[in-house]
Write a protein that binds this ligand. Sequence first.
Ligand code: PMP
Length: 414
Amino acid sequence: MYISDVKNMFPALKRQVYGKRLVYLDNAATSQKPESVLALYDELSRKSNGNIHRAMHLLSNEATTAYEAARDRVASFINAPAREEVIFTSGATAAINLVASSFGRAFLKSGDKVMVTEAEHHSNIVPWQLACKYAGAELAVLPVSERGEIDLGIYEEMLDEGVKIVAAAHISNVLGVVNPVKEMVRMAHERSIPVLIDGAQGIVHSKVDVRDLDCDFYVFSGHKIYAPTGTGILYGKRKYLDIMPPYMGGGDMVGTVSFRGTTYAELPLKFEAGTPNFTAQACLLPALDFADMLRSDEELGAMISSVEKEIVEYVSEGLEQMEGVTLFGRGAEDRSNKIPLFSISVDGVHPSDIAQIMDKMGIALRSGMMCAEPLLTALGVTSVLRASFLPYNDMEDARTFMTGLQKALDMLKN
Ligand code: PMP
């Protein structure tokens, strides 16, 4: 199998836009879905649309089976110790809000600190600001270096006894640099501080093993790893999930309900109030099967990782040589911690203008703040242009991007 065969499994990637071949490079925002995911979504919607966990009838049983099979698949994909520690949410944002709110209520008090990095997505800042506000706690912000890296020396200095939890991205959606999360967890645990990893970008670009990372919480969105939108995962260690109060009430999250008081369901349902997006969640199974296939097929896996490295080299080098272009998040000198995600600014040119022109060339990019305003402020810009690649992107896509960018800049600068 070649990368072109992988690409062929995605109907959206066969599209022409404005009469041009679509080069989809907005994968950090959402990935495209392969046939297997679309087919299951279609089949379940047509045939097995019964609300889960409740009814005796066949449609409900089929839907419940598919939903719970996806939970097992997530557990095996991230090597979770138990399926009960895998909670379905509507996305990474919802998962972080759940933890910030429930962990906050159980563990945060006045004077405590929550540590986040400077490079977090708003979804890993604002929920913690809310939790801190209610508890009278405060945020401690870990800076990132000029190359987009975390300095573990500074991290260690900041890990004092006031810190009650660390919340950090596995990979920033602006910098595209893999953070040393395993080491960060180890150092926090030496001081009995739990760690939440925002894996919205990490889940699709690295092999995630929550037992090996030993993180206390790992969150991600399904739609960035080939599954439908409205799907997400909170993995949490039972020792925390058992103590944390429910985040939302209603539906399946109860044991018994009376006006005198209510008991709660066991994990994982304790945190799954209301009718979930069960058809979409069920599609995490083929989505993660697909992601696994890309890695476990030895030949294909090797090809994908070598193409990824080639893209990182080619695009980083090309951008660094372009006049007036600044690449943020260059990572280590040998680029070993850089993924194919590139955010740039260009002197005198607005990123949205470049994105608009390149859209007409068939190249889908993202421009703006990337939901990371504090990071952009620290970088001294108000907007960036981002190109983000997945394993279905090849060198031809990378070359089309670089040629298109040069053309767009020539048009805008002259
Ligand atoms: N964290 C990071 C690092 C992200 O890239 C994103 C999405 N761009 C999120 C959190 C939020 O994900 P979602 O909108 O799917 O909840």
